[in-house]
Design a protein around this ligand. Structure first.
Ligand SMILES: [Zn+2]
Length: 571
């Protein structure tokens, strides 16, 4: 916007192209931002859902310099066009703001280079023999003693209808340590060789925050949860790469996943760490198609703290957001999250894994918060959410900062007291979106009473909490259409409905997946809705998700994804 941005004004156009969501055409209220010369692009003849309360619907808009500049009727916006303006006739298709995913591990390198034993994107059942076969092929090309890894396993998407176990993985190899990683990221399945190399046996006690799971006769079944997996990182050989090779793989992975994101209409994604150097190179090469809120971990987070880099540093394409998720407990999908009551039907009684002591959590949060960085903790169970809130409340008391928006990733199982504390502290949750469709096959492990308080979008919105979407890919598919369908219907792929009390409207689901996502990273003034002055990130959908059958929303076609006025994907 150059030097004019400081005195940008909104101009009012007249016309009947803008209407309230509920009623018919109301008094015309179109907007335009001041800009020089004709727009670069106009989109006309569309059903534009802006997610702005003042002007929720329009027929058309204009874009210049990567931003929306005007919004109104098709006639009005056509009137702005000049020589060189590109016109996109949406033929009455729906246009919505670009989708924002506030929790994503963006594992493009895994998708490109590793053995994938489940379907990362949609519900698909696989056989245990197919998993064994894929890993055998990998083992045959791997020197003995070196790890053989499989990714994207989902224990409830197996045709055999049973858990993967140590005996299955012994069929892969007796000479290689073999591990299959659950897509949830908190449990893994090992073969005998791996257990032996890590010196884990029948009599090994469970460490804090993890378990070595056993059969009823006490023998190890190969499943290992959360922090108990740490011992395996110290044994066996792993493939090594030169720094150049690593950089190349990271670049390729990021460019690949960026293509996938825009294919699904995501225009902004919060990345859990990742190679920041590679990310900048991908951008410089023109291969970064979506905007990144970079959530730092490890060395990068340390550098931010010691170097004085606060949340918000960066620009519209790559910006430091909150920290990467700091784990306080286990996983929802793998049933290791920390509950205040035992899991229904499990013997001996098990109530999940707390993976951090309160005092360590307090110290970590305080240090990050004092450094001007938005803290972000992973908490699924009510026990862990309570711990994280305790740490956030303490940090705010010690070093008050207005509008800090401490983030809770997942924030899955709530109760009235937790909701009250979340609201009081201005916490921004990023809860699971696609699970309500994708993972209904796991909800019986919790039961309806807990599901009525899980992924509690209705409770959040009713309390005035700006809940956002967090797919948690790899664990959850990141398709926002699947997310919206699940949030609206609470009905899964298997036809089961759980926690219907937490349903939200299509408009609310859209807001959660757009504007609330922008709010989550303090960027609501520049993106998240279709409004003059904001970044021109939008998606053209083949059908109108507001009026169509709700159980078909996930099948709507993403016709076009536009980021900063530039088409980054076209069907
Ligand atoms: Zn995660």
């Amino acid at each position: 916007m150059g030097n004019r941005s400081s005195r940008r004004e909104f101009l009012w156009l007249t016309g009947a192209g803008v209407a309230g969501l509920a009623g018919g055409p109301s008094r015309g209220t179109a907007f335009a931002a001041e800009s020089d010369g004709p727009p670069d692009l106009i989109v006309v003849n569309a059903k534009v859902y802006t997610i702005e309360t003042r002007f929720p619907k329009a027929e058309a808009f204009a874009v210049k310099g990567g931003r929306f500049t005007a919004l109104g009727s098709s006639g009005e916006v056509r009137g702005l066009a000049g020589k060189g303006t590109q016109t996109l006739d949406a033929r009455q298709m729906a246009v919505v703001p670009g989708f924002i995913d506030c929790h994503n591990h963006a594992p493009g390198d895994t998708l490109l280079y590793e053995v994938i034993v489940g379907n990362p994107f949609v519900v698909e059942f696989v056989t245990i023999s197919s998993i064994v076969e894929k890993l055998r092929v990998k083992a045959a090309a791997t020197p003995p003693g070196m790890w053989v890894d499989g990714y994207f396993f989902d224990d409830t998407k197996v045709k055999d209808n049973r858990e993967l176990n140590v005996h299955d993985l012994d069929q892969v190899s007796k000479d290689h340590p073999v591990v299959v990683h659950h897509r949830g990221g908190h449990t893994s399945y090992y073969n005998s060789k791996a257990l032996e190399m890590a010196d884990v046996n029948k009599s090994t006690p469970n460490p804090m925050g993890g378990t070595f799971d056993r059969d009823s006769d006490g023998s190890l079944n190969g499943r290992v949860t959360d922090r108990a997996r740490n011992v395996f990182s110290r044994v066996g050989k792993r493939q090594t790469f030169t720094p150049e090779q690593t950089l190349q793989r990271d670049r390729d992975g990021l460019a690949y996943i960026s293509k996938q994101f825009v294919r699904y209409g995501l225009t902004s994604v919060h990345h859990e760490g990742g190679n920041l150097f590679a990310l900048q190179q991908v951008r410089a090469n023109g291969d970064l198609l979506h905007r990144v809120s970079y959530e730092a971990a490890g060395q990068v987070l340390e550098s931010m703290i010691t170097g004085g880099i606060e949340t918000g540093f960066g620009d519209e394409w790559i910006r430091f957001g909150a920290t990467s998720e700091h784990a306080a407990d286990g996983s929802f999908s793998e049933r290791t999250m920390a509950l205040s009551q035992p899991y229904p039907g499990i013997k001996p009684p098990y109530s999940g894994n707390v993976t951090e002591k309160q005092e360590d959590l307090n110290a970590w949060v305080e240090r990050v918060h004092r450094a001007g960085i938005q803290p972000n903790c992973h908490a699924n169970g009510d026990v862990a959410i309570d711990m994280v809130l305790t740490a956030y409340e303490r940090a705010q008391k010690l070093a008050p900062r207005s509008d800090a928006r401490p983030k809770i990733t997942h924030c899955t199982l709530i109760n009235d007291d937790l909701i009250r504390r979340i609201k009081a502290l201005g916490v921004v949750p990023a809860a699971f979106t696609s699970y309500a469709y994708y993972n209904t096959d796991k909800f019986h492990f919790y039961g309806e009473e807990l599901m009525r308080r899980s992924m509690a979008y209705r409770s959040f919105l009713d309390a005035g909490i700006a809940a956002a979407a967090g797919s948690d890919f790899s664990p959850g598919p990141f398709d926002p259409r699947m997310g919206i369908q699940g949030m609206v219907t609470r009905t899964g792929w298997n036809g089961e409905t759980w926690g219907a009390n937490q349903r939200v409207t299509v408009e609310e689901a859209l807001r959660i997946n757009t504007l609330n996502g922008a709010f989550n990273s303090h960027e609501e003034s520049i993106k998240g809705s279709i409004a003059p002055g904001k970044l021109a990130d939008f998606v053209v959908l083949s059908d109108d998700i507001f009026t169509m059958a709700q159980d078909k929303i996930k099948d709507v076609e993403i016709v076009r994804t536009v980021v900063g006025g530039k088409t980054s994907y076209q069907a």
